[in-house]
Design a protein around this ligand. Sequence first.
Ligand code: MN
Ligand code: MN
Ligand code: MN
Length: 272
Amino acid sequence: MLFDLHTHSTASDGSLSPRALMARAFEQGVTHLAITDHDTLAAYDDLPAGRPALVPGIELSTSWRRIGVHVVGLNVDITDPGLRAGVQAQQQARHVRAATIAARLVKCAGIDDPLPAVRALAGSAPVGRPHFAQHLVDIGRVRDRRQAFRKFLGDGKAGDVRRHWAPLAAVTAWIRAAGGTAVLAHPAHYGLTMTRLRALLADFCAAGGDALEVVSGRQDAGTTARLAALAGEFGLLASCGSDFHGPAPHALEPGGAAPLPPACRPVWDSWS
Ligand code: MN
Ligand code: MN
Ligand code: MN
């Protein structure tokens, strides 16, 4: 069995349609795939329901002590009204956030209102910072998306707007009420010291969190070992995923992340 429990499609900021993503993952030998788009379940509208190989999922944005934190919901009932309402609220928050980012960029980057162009770039997907980054590249304001994040959109920059997200306890509650497993995503990506990461995990557990993404994308073995130990310490299940956003020169393929360390208790153990 090969699990990839964190991937993105064109329903958010991935480059493959849900069907193409599913096909690519199965080609790579993935036996259990979760498509976890940012704050939307739209990928599942487009997919055959009830396939055991498909684990219904979502990646929800939240904030903790002014840091943007992501919680993946796995094995959720995508028809659950509470989850649907929560997702609706997140999308509303995303609209407000996009307008705020746009206004800040007009002021700080000295550009014309980017909102119409950014909405066109996003198409039917929710607007996110990568769309703003692409727009800044398109109008020649920056060299590439990396520079866009470094100068305007990354942590602490003008376009880094997070205050509209639902709190940690709200997103875990939506996931659990929908019968799902709440997973703290890519814990090594928040730039936290061990002390702060422990504080986040304590709050995540208190908020009803179930699991830790012990393996996320390409990650060094030392980090994986530390996260596995933390999962054990906090009594959290372990999840793993590539965080695949589409084929790219140095990107992992779906299913390409390292396996979970044997000492971990995998999330899927709690589903059977
Ligand atoms: Mn993304
Ligand atoms: Mn994320
Ligand atoms: Mn992700």
